[in-house]
Design a protein around this ligand. Structure first.
Ligand code: HEM
Length: 517
């Protein structure tokens, strides 16, 4: 009797305690600390809370969903909520931003440079390179790598993009027309380009390894989704115990590939150094000698000599640059060529402009001439608006953070920025689903919200490779358009998109190239 009473009091106290702390913590979402407002306004007046699919808040909303379902579920939710909203899942509060109004505060906050929880799922592949690191490590790596994207160096890379683009069209030499799978051919082009520019290594004798590298990275992306959609796997220990048995071989393939590239470049640099010493050539700039091109990897190898980075650090930056540098531009090019095929009138405008400024033998295809192609620039921008290679990015608060809109995010909160949604938000874009490069003409974009278009992010953690990417994408488009008319073979209405680290489409995207007479 006494024990029963004691248990009853205990239970009552526990329920009362849970009820009390539920104001501060979303108890059923595994004690996620709640988001508050600065002046005590109802949370809903700034950001509504999304209803979860179970009593555990949003913890299991994505459970068991495959890549395409995760993508479509997120789209449906954004549409239903209509404005940036809050979720509570597995002990974490999540602020999902789908409009541009608050994004500038996040992207320009000096304290919000730590990437979100899901980037940790990339650590086995990329460790903590430029994309995934934070704090002092990120600052010093960013400082180290920024000069390698300097305008003068891009000029050298333009020659490589031109050579690789000519090699790309040579595949169709002697053919009046060719139906091609962009999904297969373009990633090979972009991987070759990043290896030669950033790493200073031609992939010619490593082509098969390059194909395996790309396959392994696509498997690593599947692992990423597996972890994202199952909250049990958010925890590294549980994932390593129950979910990671398959991962090792894909990680090994990727790391072996990058290690081989580093070893090859080290050897080339040593040989160049010996040659330089024997020819007694004075050379005090960043180029090894006048004959040899500079590669981004050289900066890292020289920094190692100065004790600023070690071999493991070089590996993580090479893995990061390779991954960020080939996959993202590949998506931009696939959708760019698809858009050329679907919008013949816009393709013609690009072609006319290219014919006016670029010689038939491509002898003047350089940074200066490319900068004159204003319509092509609008075309690429519009492609990247509708199909942003990085559709989502996120940050984590390291301490309680007050945003300009009056929200107070607790430490450890996730801020998920839905670039894909912002780029299609009718608040900023009229007829957002229509392909209209003209919207990027200066007279049409001057009144647009600055943060309505953020394919390369913004603020201090923006994309370091933005100019590099635009140059690479434009160069291949110029070379293809000069030689071929691009005709459609697919209908985007049939497309099924997948969530990934980058934007993924289940369909094989094809076009027909017809040689211009
Ligand atoms: C169409 C092409 C590209 C797009 C749309 C793109 C987009 C982005 C975005 C949105 C971010 C921010 C990610 C985040 O905050 O989580 C980013 C970061 C980054 N990008 Fe790109 N990117 C592209 C091409 C490239 C290329 C070609 C390279 C390298 C050669 C590159 C290297 C990086 C790196 C290293 C970061 C991390 C920067 C940092 O945190 O300091 N990207 N990119």
């Amino acid at each position: 009797m006494g024990l029963g009473l004691l248990l009853l009091i205990g239970l009552g106290t526990l329920i009362f305690w849970l009820y009390r702390i539920n104001k501060e913590y979303y108890v059923l979402a595994f004690f996620a600390k709640r988001v508050r407002t600065k002046d005590g306004r109802p949370l809903n007046s700034i950001a509504p809370v999304a209803e979860g699919s179970t009593i555990f808040g949003n913890s299991f909303d994505l459970y068991g969903r495959n890549e395409s379902e995760v993508f479509s579920d997120m789209r449906v939710r954004a549409k239903k909520m209509g404005r940036s909203y809050i979720e509570y899942a597995m002990g974490t509060s999540i602020y999902c931003i789908i409009d541009a109004d608050t994004i500038d505060v996040v992207l320009n906050d000096q304290n919000l440079i730590t990437k979100g929880l899901v980037y940790e799922f990339l650590h086995p592949a990329l460790h903590t390179g430029l994309l995934t690191s934070t704090g002092q490590k990120w600052h010093s790596r960013r400082k180290m790598l920024t000069p390698t994207f300097h305008f003068n160096i891009l000029g050298q890379f333009a020659d490589i993009f031109k050579a690789e683009s000519l090699k790309f069209v040579q595949q169709f030499e002697g053919k009046a027309e060719a139906s091609i799978s962009l999904s297969e051919l373009i990633p090979r082009f972009t991987l070759n380009s990043i290896c030669e520019t950033a790493m200073g290594i031609k992939l010619d004798d490593m082509a098969a390894k390059g194909d395996r590298y790309r396959h392994s990275f696509s498997m690593i992306e599947k692992i990423f989704i597996k972890r994202m959609s199952n909250p049990i796997y958010w925890n590294d220990h549980l994932y390593n115990l129950f979910g990671s048995s398959e991962d090792k071989r894909f990680l090994k393939e990727v790391h072996d590939f990058s290690s081989e590239i580093i070893a090859k470049r080290r050897k080339l640099l040593e040989e160049a150094e010996k040659e330089k010493q024997s020819s007694q050539e004075a050379d005090d700039d960043i180029y090894i000698n006048k004959k040899q091109r500079f590669a981004m990897l050289d900066t890292l190898i020289f920094a190692e000599k100065d004790g600023l980075i070690d071999h493991a650090g070089i590996c993580e930056e090479v893995d990061t640059l390779m991954f960020e540098g080939f996959d993202t531009t590949s998506i931009g090019l696939i959708f760019g060529l698809m858009n050329m095929s679907l919008h013949q009138d816009k393709q013609e405008l690009c072609y006319q402009e290219i014919s006016e400024h670029i010689a038939d033998d491509f002898s003047n295809l350089d940074l200066n001439q490319i900068s004159k192609l204003k319509y092509l620039e609008c075309f690429v921008k519009e492609t990247v608006r509708l199909f942003p290679s990085v559709p989502i990015m996120s940050r984590e608060t390291v301490k309680e953070t007050e945003l300009a809109n009056g929200l107070i995010l607790p430490p450890g909160a996730q801020i998920v920025m839905h670039i894909y949604e912002i780029h299609r938000n009718p608040k900023y874009w009229s007829s957002p689903l229509e392909f209209q490069p003209e919207r990027f003409l200066p007279e049409n974009s001057k009144d647009r919200h600055t943060y309505a278009y953020i394919p390369f992010s913004a603020g201090q953690r923006n994309c370091i490779g933005q100019k590099f990417a635009m140059l690479e994408m434009k160069t291949l488009l110029i070379v293809i358009l000069k030689k071929f008319n691009v005709l459609p073979l697919v209908d985007p209405k049939d497309f099924v998109f997948n969530t990934g680290i980058t934007l993924r489409c289940k369909n094989n995207i094809k076009v027909k190239l017809v040689r211009r007479s």
